[in-house]
Design a protein around this ligand. Sequence first.
Ligand code: ZN
Length: 318
Amino acid sequence: MLTYSLDIGGTRMKLALIQDGKILTERNVEAFRFGKYKDNLDIAEREGKAMMKELGVIRIDGLGIAFPGLVNPVKKVVTSANAKFVDAIGYDLTSWVKRAFDCPFILDNDSNAALIGEMTYGVAQDTEDAVMMIFGTGVGAAAVMGGRLVRGKHFQAACIGGHMVVEFGEHATPCNCGNIGCMEANGSSRALPELAQSDPLYPTSKLSRFAKLNYKILKECADAGDALAQKLMKRSLDAWSANLSNLVIAYDPEVIVLSGGVARMGEALRAPLQEHINKYTWTAWGNPEVRLAKNPDSSVVLGLHKLIVDEINGKAVF
Ligand SMILES: [Zn+2]
């Protein structure tokens, strides 16, 4: 089955034509920033048709769209965008897909898709109980229990697990979701520049030389001995560890998958999180295994492929 996956993130979009679990061709293009969702769909339509032409394909069997926020996968509408792509809320994707590609489609949260991708084609094929932390602009989460995505009454369970509270009290860091003390506010690509700039060490730190901070730069500066970079890396790892512990308590997984850009840190990310789980988290049977995604850049598009194929085959479960 040949399907088209659209992973439209906060800063980049990954677009891929996938046949039977294999990516045939893909594009990684810059996304219009927040508030320009429809413009991104136009790009996805143009690029999708160009890729089909390259492959000599006239039609696709289905299409999957991932959204970095809350969606209703039954009605196939975006329900909340947390300052990202506000114009996507309630947008009539059904009409857009009908006009642009005229095929069945699914809409899901990007972290949900990523976990399904890793459980189908990646590092978590050996379990039916797994959680995901995926590091993009923010940090997403997802949980599968007994082979089924945890969704909740309003489809917001697990997938906004990057907003679990890891610090409390009046000095807790404000988050753009409205809460205080969220993990995402303490350790994410989105929060990093502000966390750095508000620190008294910033003017004398190497970090002040970079126009745009990210975890690659942070890690390099920390390894080179920069005090602020080391402090912020520790803060991020502490926040991620606490969040992961919360996910284990909530969803009782056997496997934890780390995906997205920051997962390229490899063992420097995985090992401290595994150590934290082993040392502190209450489990009755042993320790869930923390694994790096097999396809950190493609978990989402592969998961979308699996989800739309299931929908076409009448196997979709909500
Ligand atoms: Zn939050």
